[in-house]
Ligand binder design. Structure first.
Ligand code: NI
Length: 289
């Protein structure tokens, strides 16, 4: 073999090796992209949370309560439509029954994150929430900031709220929302209900201005959003009176948080944090961006 022939042969070998390497890389890239897409479509975007690393196992009770809600979902909801979950914290209050009137009038539902120590005073309001298929959830027993409590304190404030509700409607809270949104890994590990945050904050407690609350919601509403309000201010109740029919006119179905999760095929797990439930189209358009 001449020197020239030897060089040609070595170059060919190199090219062949490069080609094989390129084919293998392409196969890897395709597989990884497919896997990522699969994960995104089936589990949703990972939710940014405060050092959220805890993944507790679902308990049998939670699965049972989810199943009982399923039958209700199928009756009244167009799964392919648009959704909003209105949520109200810190009640019940003397104003809550007016809000229930509006919700009932428009066949709308909402989720109430109640303060456990108010339950007894507002037994009738809570019973009415239940009969109107509102979602009744926990905002601790005494509006307690969970990051300031130890394990026993956290379990106590959660259990006492459940006990108060069981006494009135025969079951505990479906979901929970931490006071001030305050959470850390250790608090999260003691929570045995799905943890619900929000992605539209009306700032109604600060604004206390009906039109400003309405405007804020209409400017920020998106399909699958969770809106935070408080049913302890007359301005919030008045704003809801305008917003509920308005959002329905805009094509939004007003559902509970659990119904919204079910419509978007998300299983709510105890100790996990959720802030909204975008549609598949919204998720995909975010990837393309
Ligand atoms: Ni609160």
């Amino acid at each position: 073999m001449t020197q020239a022939e030897h060089i040609i042969l070595t170059t060919r070998k190199k090219r062949k090796r490069q080609l094989i390497f390129k084919i293998i890389s392409a196969i890897y890239t395709t597989l990884i992209t497919a896997l990522l897409l699969y994960i995104i479509i089936h589990t949703g975007f990972p939710i940014p949370a405060n050092n959220n690393t805890v993944t507790p196992t679902p308990t049998p009770e939670q699965n049972m309560s989810n199943e009982s809600e399923d039958s209700f979902l199928s009756e009244s909801i167009d799964k392919n439509g648009k959704f909003v979950a209105l949520t109200y914290d810190d009640g019940p209050s003397n104003y809550t029954s007016y809000l229930l009137d509006t919700l009932e009038e428009h066949n709308a539902r909402a989720t109430f994150f109640i303060i456990g120590n108010r339950a007894d005073k507002f037994r009738d309001t809570i019973k009415r929430m239940d009969s109107l298929h509102m979602e009744i959830s926990s905002h601790t027993f005494g509006h307690d900031v969970l990051t300031k409590l130890d394990e026993a304190g956290i379990k106590d404030t959660m259990n006492k709220t459940d006990e108060a509700l069981i006494e009135i409607i025969g079951r505990g809270a479906d979901l929970m929302r931490p006071v001030e949104g305050a959470l850390n890994d250790s608090v999260q590990s003691f929570i045995t209900k799905p943890i619900i945050r929000w992605n539209v904050d009306t700032m109604d407690w600060k604004l206390q201005d009906t039109q400003a609350i309405v405007d804020h919601v209409l400017e920020n509403v998106t399909d699958g959003c969770i809106i935070l309000m408080h049913d302890i201010y007359p301005t919030t109740i008045e704003a809801s009176k305008i917003l509920i029919p308005k959002l329905q006119e805009m094509g939004y179905q007003l559902v509970t948080v659990t119904e919204l999760a079910q419509a978007r095929n998300v299983e709510l797990l105890p100790g996990e944090i959720y802030r909204n439930f975008p549609s598949l189209e919204q998720k995909l358009s975010k990837i393309i961006e």
